[in-house]
Write a protein that binds this ligand. Structure first.
Ligand code: GLN
Length: 287
């Protein structure tokens, strides 16, 4: 039987839904358009187009990967974030829509020509989006994973910000002896005991060290809050994503640190607390 775009989608949808994949139709369409190197709309423009043997065989392989719960973003190697496409692979967290909040806040808060540090860049989606929207800023980004830094570098080049983004290997703030006007971070904050609550796609495939923040989810958050004031000039800000159940302990921890004050809490589209903004109160002025 000759396979057409239409029959391949119908077959792929049934195969995925028989394997309990939720958005079977959408996933089948995304995977087929990826195989054909076309945008999804193309599938509807030419549904009777015949597929080659090699296209069908690649499509089946990708569908099988999806039945094993591999995230679509890792299969296609791409994820949209703040209207830009980012390369991703299993070494980096797949950027989440709620992290777009941090981009909005950063471009609002950053003064002209400020230097912005992101701790733990992963794919680079956050810092690259900020730099792409604010051409006056200079960016710095660290990660503990060389594999992640490679992905961030590719993305920085693709989005034309590589000349303003300095990437380096490092664990939280350890190697830094510089001060920044703005620091952004999406730390790992899921409690280790909550692993069973995650979608299988996430738990099985995304890098654990980008997700889990120890027993109370606060290991990395605390390390950052303890050290970040060394790296901020007076008046400098920290924008940090947090788990929606961590606002209270994070505020309590901050209350004990005189040099850093909470200035606002950002809520996501579901109305949950998703990020905090804190300001450095003493030391040399950075603005
Ligand atoms: N928000 C992500 C999730 O729930 C976790 C990202 C993180 O730990 N920073 O899967």
């Amino acid at each position: 039987m000759a396979w057409t775009v239409r029959s391949a989608i119908t077959w792929g949808q049934a195969y995925l839904s028989n394997n309990n994949i939720e958005n079977a139709r959408l996933d089948a369409e995304v995977l087929l358009s990826h195989v054909l190197s076309q945008r999804r709309i193309y599938l509807f423009i030419d549904p009777d187009k015949q597929l080659t043997f090699s296209e069908i065989s690649t499509y089946r392989t990708l569908l099988t990967r999806r039945t094993r719960r591999e995230p679509i973003a890792y299969i296609t190697g791409k994820k949209e974030f703040y209207s830009r496409s980012f390369n991703v692979n299993g070494h980096v967290l797949i950027p989440r829509p709620e992290t777009e909040l941090l981009v909005d806040e950063a471009i609002k808060l950053a003064k002209s020509h400020a230097s912005v540090l992101e701790i733990g860049v992963g794919s680079g989606a956050l810092i690259i989006s900020i730099l792409a929207l604010r051409k006056d800023l200079v960016g710095f980004g660290s990660d503990i994973s060389f594999d992640a830094l490679r992905v961030a570098r590719e993305n920085a080049i693709f989005h034309g910000v590589a000349d303003r983004l300095h990437l380096f290997a490092g664990d939280t703030l350890n190697p830094l002896a510089a001060t920044f006007e703005l620091i952004v971070v999406n730390p790992p904050y899921i409690k280790s005991g909550d692993k069973h609550l995650l979608q299988e796609d996430v738990a099985l495939y995304e890098p654990a060290r980008a997700l889990f923040g120890g027993k109370d989810g606060l290991n990395v958050i605390k390390a950052i809050l303890m050290n970040v004031d060394r790296c901020l000039g007076r008046g400098g800000r920290l924008i940090m994503e947090i788990g929606d159940d961590l606002l209270k302990p994070v505020c309590a921890f901050l209350a004990d640190r005189q040099s850093l004050v909470l200035v606002s809490v950002l809520h996501d589209l579901a109305g949950m607390p998703r990020a905090i903004v804190a300001r450095k109160e003493n030391g040399q002025f950075c603005y």
